[in-house]
Design a protein around this ligand. Sequence first.
Ligand code: THU
Length: 138
Amino acid sequence: MTSTTLMSDTALLDAAREVAHRAYVPYSHFPVGAALIDGEGHLVTGCNVENAAYGETICAERNAITTMVAQYGAQRISAIAVIGLKAAPCWPCGACRQVLREFQCERVIVEGPDGEPLSLPFEKILPYSFGPEALDEE
Ligand code: THU
């Protein structure tokens, strides 16, 4: 799906789950999927892609974000849903939180232990954060 779209949190989690099935995870066997809506309403998905040099692994969230930039030139994220096929909830790692912060992510949606969507304002998962505006101050 690449069109401008309005989606429920459940539908966004479903899109994350779908892409998680394509994760390349021969080392951790821990598939993750992410589905985001950019500031203009585009849906973009990503999964984790691992590497024999473990440190070169790319998380699902950052794969979705870099695709968002490449495909749409977008610089804002309204919401991102994250699913780990083996863990609920699957919270974004620290590195992904920082990259989400760069693009003013407003909301993070994970799957609660009961299977229901759990939606948090971004500020709650990365308070007191460092962002691009800090570099503008003299
Ligand atoms: N992983 C993600 O894709 N996103 C996260 O926010 C947490 C971790 C991936 C990286 C690695 O492929 C696997 O989960 C186990 O750490």
